[in-house]
Design a protein around this ligand. Structure first.
Ligand code: 5BU
Length: 262
């Protein structure tokens, strides 16, 4: 199964171009850390991305929370992505009909598809959401994640809903490269969806607003996920972002090494 294979072995045989690019980046940079950079000014965003950039494989953004967003922010993020060798994931969580999400992805002031390697969507509207996003993203070499399971307390992403979301992904493997999930979802021998997991922290178990944290080891070794997504654990109040970036990169990577050597 995929959780015994190295990222590099998976990259070499992955049919989805975007997934293959990410897995080889992870192998070459020795990191499975994604930074969830939820800050509200351009200056903080660029400053933290530059400091933590050396430890990341994937920068996760919520571009619509930046007060002083402009096109220059995108250009500078792309410069940092090149400088530090990371990819970008806009955590947009699309949730509308195919025709609407197509425009939300390609148009408006954010033009997400033009700069974000990866984005994500809920399965709730049905398969048309994938078809719509695919029309815009596939020609650009982009990849999509479906939200199979959320990290927050009381999330409704379980049971039949999650099962049907996974089936949608299986029917669209040219564009759907993985899941936001709390556990590895791959079942068939030839199936290789990348499992990305938010709700990761080494110091606290929650945030008072429903977030629930597990450690990198729980996520990577015990639950077989591939990437840890870490936000406030790295840039939270009073934290040394560089030191925390390194700490989470090391924790994520040693958990991965433990998993593949088992
Ligand atoms: P935190 O600061 O490490 O709690 O940030 C977690 C990030 O992951 C934040 O950007 C959320 O929007 C995102 N997230 C999540 O926490 N849980 C989920 O199930 C999904 C996304 Br999907």
């Amino acid at each position: 199964p995929t959780n015994k294979m190295t990222y590099g072995e998976r990259a070499a045989k992955h049919p989805n171009a975007c997934a293959s690019r990410l897995l080889s980046l992870m192998e070459r940079k020795k990191t499975n850390l994604s930074l969830a950079l939820d800050v509200t000014t351009k200056k903080e965003m660029l400053d933290i991305a530059d400091k933590v950039g050396p430890y990341l494989c994937l920068l996760k953004t919520h571009i619509d929370i930046v007060d002083d967003f402009d096109q220059d922010l995108i250009e500078q993020l792309l410069v940092l992505a090149k400088k530090h060798d990371f990819m970008i994931f806009e955590d947009r969580k699309f949730a509308d009909i195919g025709n609407t999400v197509k425009h939300q992805y390609g148009n408006g002031i954010y033009r997400i598809a033009s700069w974000s390697d990866i984005t994500n969507a809920h399965g709730v509207p049905g398969e048309g959401i994938i078809t719509g996003l695919k029309e815009v993203g596939l020609p650009l070499g982009r990849g999509l994640l479906l939200l199979a399971e959320m990290s927050s307390k009381g999330a409704l992403t379980y049971g039949e809903y999650t099962t049907q979301t996974i089936e949608m992904a299986r029917r669209n493997q040219d564009f759907v490269m993985g899941f936001i999930t709390q556990r590895c979802i791959n079942e068939h021998p030839d199936e290789d969806f990348i499992a990305m997991t938010p709700g990761v922290g080494l110091d606290v178990t929650g945030d008072g607003l429903g977030q629930q944290y597990r450690t990198p080891r729980q996520v990577i070794v015990e639950n077989g996920c591939d990437l840890i997504i870490v936000g406030r654990g790295i840039y939270g109040k009073g934290r040394d972002v560089q030191a925390e970036g390194r700490r989470y990169q090391e924790a994520g990577w040693s958990a991965y090494e433990e998993r593949i050597s088992q």
